[in-house]
Design a binder for this molecule. Structure first.
Ligand SMILES: [Zn+2]
Length: 198
């Protein structure tokens, strides 16, 4: 079977994880325009047309047009399509064992990004840097929040798994999301009771 990521697998030692935090924004020169990008968490879909992004107001940036991975390749911040590449989606390509191994390795050295370009007949209303910052702000709002303290949750949260409580106690899924045991216990009014031996 053909290895589609052969070149990448040979260049593995040239790949470095970018020094970017979640929701950092950056710009990169594309073939037709300067483009804007935002780092998103692993929990966000890597498909910019996904329903998940329907609340994003992207009029001022001409619409989302990119989702993929960003990696430092040979010293330069670069974009990569891995298992989200369009030809894979079309089902015209089958991945080999080696491809899968390479994709996994590259993912460990990359961040997920969503982006837009400015190659439209009418230029975007916001300049690219401002647009990327605005997009970052909006994307951040898509994170789930702790039901008690309202902190945004980027990776992991606690939820009550008891079926009775899920149905009878919590109004909806959003009220069963907690950033910490403290918040969970507050929500359930868990008390400490001292046993008095006298
Ligand atoms: Zn909390």
């Amino acid at each position: 079977m053909e290895d589609h990521f052969q070149k990448l697998s040979e260049d593995m030692n040239k790949l470095v994880k970018p020094d970017l935090e979640l929701f950092d924004s950056f710009t990169l020169q594309g073939p037709y325009s300067l483009n804007g990008y935002v780092v998103v968490p692993n929990s966000f879909p890597l498909d910019y047309v996904d329903e998940f992004y329907s609340e994003i107001d992207d009029q001022l940036i001409g619409g989302l047009t990119y989702s993929g991975y960003a990696v430092v390749y040979d010293g330069e911040l670069s974009l990569l399509s891995l298992d989200n590449s369009p030809w894979l989606k079309l089902g015209t390509v089958e991945l080999s064992e080696n491809d899968r191994r390479v994709i996994k390795q590259v993912k460990n050295n990359s961040v997920r990004v969503l982006g837009f370009d400015d190659a439209h007949i009418d230029p975007n209303e916001l300049d690219v840097k401002e647009g990327a910052e605005d997009l970052a702000k909006q994307l951040k709002l898509l994170l789930p929040n702790c039901a008690v303290c309202n902190n945004p949750i980027t990776e992991e949260y606690l939820m009550v798994g008891d079926n009775y409580l899920q149905v009878k106690y919590f109004d909806d899924e959003e009220s069963n999301i907690f950033c910490s045991e403290d918040c969970l216990m507050k929500s359930l009014s868990v008390l400490s009771v001292y046993i008095d031996s006298e």
